[in-house]
Design a protein around this ligand. Structure first.
Ligand code: ADP
Ligand code: MN
Length: 516
């Protein structure tokens, strides 16, 4: 996706980012107004002056180019819900700070200390996962790995012998249903059913749920217009809140602005802050990839995910919002695999729902250029080519992945080498279309470097064999493609018959490693 410009630092802004040297509220107005006595007495003028003053004190928008997009102090507060949540968070933070002070006062230098930990407010940042949310905590371990043992069926009951309680137990179920009403939109009045031990039957609960959802959608439609006008940065209030929480928790220092808006994601730049845990270091500069929650763009991605057996179990049960989170989750796991193999790529910082924070490739808010946008010397071009050849092999063999969207658009040139990005759609080679994706990647890479004058660049068929270790001998595109599809079909048949994938396509030993 194309860059839409960066909130770049002014060249002469001195040390520190440009936004620091500028007041985000703008310079105070110094214009003096001269007028006659009659004017002074005029009600009209009084109103105008008042308005002017208010505008100066509360400018409507803080443009991204002039200051940070989100900091602890500035955030769009157009949504009441968001405002309320922000206030609550602020309150909780102060409360916790007070608690810490008291704890310190009581304990002093004493060897035995009392902890107030249990009295601390659970910060909403960590407590907002509801039932239908896939959160990074659940997925720190790559669930998409091929060699993952099959999961045991859920029992659906608790207890033993005559004390058995199934999940269908009426009382348990009724209480659960009542509790679940908490998940309805906050505008939806559910009353105090929890306090009075109300038990809702499934039928009643489902009817209520339907109603709550359609109400939510209706109100979303009403607000849509307003949202679009403020959504210049292409994030909805929920996402803004999520970003705000990251800043508020201190994990990020500031979110400075937008690096890129694409059809499926928006990428922001941020300065890193401090990590809550000591073992983790937040990079000084971060990129935040927000996967868009407007669903229609993701429809054309179905073929990547629907056929990916890593997703098979989960796909059918999920609602579209969860599927989008899975893209983010998948990007995280794929980046982690790449990082482990030593492939230059962004390092994952944190995943929160559909928002992935990673290290920033670039410097001082300026992202590294895409390979398509840099002019490299012949020598660097050749170096880049061999590096990519190597990375493709590593990706295939060590990470068990095919990039599936590899081109000069998704490779950045930074620090004298190529960095791979944008791997949410990457699949394992045994994906029903995995080899086709690989072939397409090879075609993009070959064409780019052949056009770029790298005489050594293999053609797409040679590159495909070099990466996959397969030995497809067809000497023309059509036959080659046909053989690839035949291999994929063979694999699928194997799955049908044995209920299991071939672990790899490679049959004749390791592919040759190409080195400089
Ligand atoms: P999309 O699916 O929108 O193409 P990408 O992951 O390719 O998403 O990101 C879009 C653009 O954002 C990239 O082309 C790159 O310019 C920029 N970008 C993404 N991640 C990073 C990063 N970690 N560091 C620097 N720039 C990045
Ligand atoms: Mn991209």
């Amino acid at each position: 996706m194309d860059s839409v410009g960066v909130a770049a630092a002014a060249p002469d802004a001195g040390p520190g980012p440009a936004w620091q040297s500028k007041c985000p509220w703008g310079a105070p107005s110094t214009t003096s107004i001269s007028c006659s006595l009659a004017d002074v007495m005029s009600e009209q003028l009084a109103k105008e002056l008042q308005l002017e003053e208010e505008n100066a004190a509360f400018p409507e928008v803080v443009a991204a180019a002039e200051g940070p997009f989100i900091t602890g102090e500035n955030i769009d507060t157009s949504s009441d819900l968001m405002l309320a949540q922000m206030l609550q968070m602020e309150f909780d933070r102060e409360y916790d700070a007070q608690l810490r002070r008291e704890e310190k006062k009581i304990n002093g230098d004493s060897k035995v200390s009392i902890s107030f930990e249990n009295y601390r407010k659970v910060h909403p940042y960590d407590s907002d996962s509801s039932e239908d949310e896939v959160d990074w905590q659940d997925t720190r371990h790559d669930p998409y790995r091929a060699d993952k043992p099959t999961t045991t069926p859920r029992r659906g009951f608790i207890g033993k012998g005559k004390d058995i309680t199934t999940k269908h137990d009426e009382v348990v179920c009724g209480r659960k249903n009542t509790a679940r009403m908490e998940n309805f939109a906050p505008e939806f009045q559910v009353g105090d059913g929890i306090g009075m031990d109300l038990k809702l039957s499934n039928q009643v609960f489902n009817a209520l749920k339907q109603h709550a959802y359609s109400e939510e959608r209706r109100s979303a439609r009403l607000h849509e217009k307003k949202e679009h006008s403020t959504a210049e940065k292409a994030v909805d209030p929920k996402t803004r809140l999520l970003l705000y929480k990251m800043v508020n928790s201190g994990m990020l220092e500031t979110i400075t602005g937008c690096i890129s808006t694409g059809k499926e994601s928006v990428v922001f730049h941020a300065y890193g802050g401090k990590s809550a845990t000591e073992d983790k270091v937040i990079p000084p500069e971060c990129a935040i990839k927000v996967f868009k929650t407007t669903l229609n763009e993701f429809k054309n991605r179905d073929k990547y995910i629907k056929d990916d057996y890593r997703f098979k179990d989960r796909f059918s049960k999920l609602n579209p919002r969860k599927i989008i989170r899975m893209w983010a989750e998948k990007e995280m796991h794929n980046l982690t695999r790449m990082q482990n193999a030593g492939i230059p790529c962004p390092q994952v910082v944190i995943l929160k729902k559909h928002v992935l924070v990673m290290s920033f490739i670039g410097q001082d808010q300026v992202p590294a250029p895409k390979l398509k946008d840099v002019t490299l010397s012949n020598e660097d071009m050749k170096k880049a080519y061999y590096q990519i050849l190597n990375m493709m092999q590593q990706l295939y063999r060590e990470c068990n992945l095919v990039h599936a969207d590899l081109s000069e658009y998704n490779m950045l040139w930074h620090d004298g080498k190529v960095w791979l990005i944008d791997v949410s759609q990457s699949v394992e080679p045994t994906h029903p279309h995995g080899l086709e994706f690989l072939f397409r990647d090879c075609r993009n890479v070959s064409q780019f470097f052949q056009k770029g004058g790298v005489a050594e660049a293999l053609n797409e068929r040679e590159l495909f064999n070099a990466v996959s270790g397969l030995n497809i001998t067809a000497d023309n595109e059509v036959d080659f493609q046909a053989e690839i599809e035949a291999l994929e079909k063979m694999n699928e048949d194997h799955v049908q018959n044995h209920g299991k994938k071939l672990s790899t396509f490679s049959s004749d030993g390791d592919p040759p490693i190409y080195d400089e």
